[in-house]
Design a protein around this ligand. Structure first.
Ligand code: 5GP
Length: 135
């Protein structure tokens, strides 16, 4: 069972920003930048291109909505998107509020307190819930 499945089942905690029947989005615990979010299918699959086209398309549509909320909730030049999976073998889309190229390089990290993580997740979740019906 992946660490992300443990987050999905509630076995380990996360700072959740969005959820529906098929996907969950929560803050990355070791963020490149403030608001760095992971969008994860609840069905545990290792590699993104092992998803069916339909599952992949649904993941991208949900990531789009999370990115729109992030863009509104976290000041940044733009939201960057990346898929890697070398550390956690459970499909996830990285969404990173980005101000400089280094924010997408997974080398510089920012430190946030529990309070900062909680407040950030709450702000993004509120924006997501307001936006959710918009396509
Ligand atoms: P990747 O697999 O794409 O190389 O990176 C995995 C990402 O998951 C990393 O950015 C890492 O910080 C994040 N991560 C690893 N374990 C946890 C965890 O337990 N909780 C959260 N929220 N993020 C995690």
């Amino acid at each position: 069972m992946s660490i992300f499945t443990k987050i999905i089942t509630g076995e380990i905690p996360s700072y959740k920003v969005a959820e529906n029947e098929d996907f969950i989005a929560f803050l990355d615990i070791n963020p490149n930048a403030k608001g760095h979010t992971l969008v994860v299918p609840k069905k545990e699959e290792n590699k993104i291109f092992d998803l069916s086209v339909a599952e992949y398309t649904k993941l991208m549509a949900f990531s789009y909505k999370v990115a729109k909320a992030l863009e509104k909730a976290v000041p940044c030049l733009r939201v960057g998107m990346s898929v890697i999976g070398l550390e956690v073998p459970h499909v996830h889309v990285h969404l990173v509020p980005t101000n400089k190229m280094a924010d997408m390089q997974f080398t510089e990290k920012v430190q946030l307190s529990k309070e900062e993580f909680s407040a950030l997740a709450e702000t993004i979740a509120k924006t997501f819930n307001k936006n959710e019906t918009l396509d």
